[in-house]
Design a protein around this ligand. Sequence first.
Ligand SMILES: [Zn+2]
Length: 426
Amino acid sequence: MPKPRTSPYLLLANIGQLLTLRGEAAPRRGAALREIGLVEGAAVVCAGGKILAAGPQREILRGPWLRSNRRKVQELDCRGGVVLPGLIDCHTHPVFAEPRLVDFEKRIAGAGYEEIAAAGGGIRSSVAGVRKAAAGQLSENVLIALNAMLEQGTSVVETKSGYGLTLEDEIKSLEAIRQAARRWPGEVVPTLLAAHVVPQEYAGRADEYVRLVCEEMIPLVARRKLARYVDVFCDRGAFTQEQSEKIMTASQRHGLGTRAHVCQFTPARLGPLLEHRPASLDHMDCVQAEDIALLARGETVAVLLPGANYFLGHKEYPDARRLIDAGAPVALATDYNPGTSPTPSMPFVISLACTHMKMSPAEAIAAATINAACALRLQDRKGSLDAGKDADMAVFDVKDYREIAYWFAWDRCVEMVVAGRPARRT
Ligand SMILES: [Zn+2]
């Protein structure tokens, strides 16, 4: 879809509630997570893709720049709706070929994770699909997901490879992400997740596979600038702590950031991983008390993924309250993937965080904007509406921001602004 020709100057007027999320460009912790910078009756001016000013409409309209440039400024009437920073989905797996419908039905009938894997389902069935698929088809699938995310308020997406698990197929997956990102107005942050699961052909030889990841995949991906981060699945049935650390060390040596899936199924000690200063540790369903204290002292963000708990039918959700109240920085993401969380909707995740994790709507929104920006280390440009930051905003046709969490599974996003231009497909 060609980008529409619009003015580089945009005024968002008649905003009922503006959530600026203004403040220090650092993860919000504890009580600060509830500070969303609410302005009633607001407007925002954007120029050259950046925020020029955001605040009470009366003040914005009197601003000297706007008064002398009003005629060249395009106006977007927000009709009393809610405007907030574009949502940031900081954990997704969009490079796959097919949904896993057989697994879905088996799980409904009572089958467990191991039973599904033994029957040829689980991650390995997505691996077979990706290996067979052409790069063009994978790229189309990624773009479909990115557009669905944009429709529902998301303007930045972290996207992982991880269903290829050979040098060629991981590169193919990252190239599919790059192709899709070129055709999407928002920002895509690509991540190499070659260490998702030990591929079948390396069964019993996990260390050899880790060596391939560290010595061949990471250097090539870094050289070709195909990813900004390297992720590793550190849990039962995936990679050990020691193997995960090797992957983090290799990533850092090649100038790539690190993040990890950890504590989804089994508890792990986070201290050794935190020494590598990963941008985020994700899932954290069974994080231990002493590790929460470590998180509270550092910059690593705990990314919580309640979509997976919902779709797997779990009764337990990550203990967001314990993390937040202890001062650990918390973000939210969809975990969009074909096995455990096939949703592109950040508003749905925000709703789940409220109803199942007892986060307030304000906390959940901060976790899906400024703290999610911190989880991708983009907080200097993204996640809040400060002058000079990227002009990425979502417009919702609701009167009160709490309705974003309230009307669950109802897409109330009516307009997106990305880099200062209206960007929602109609
Ligand atoms: Zn994941």
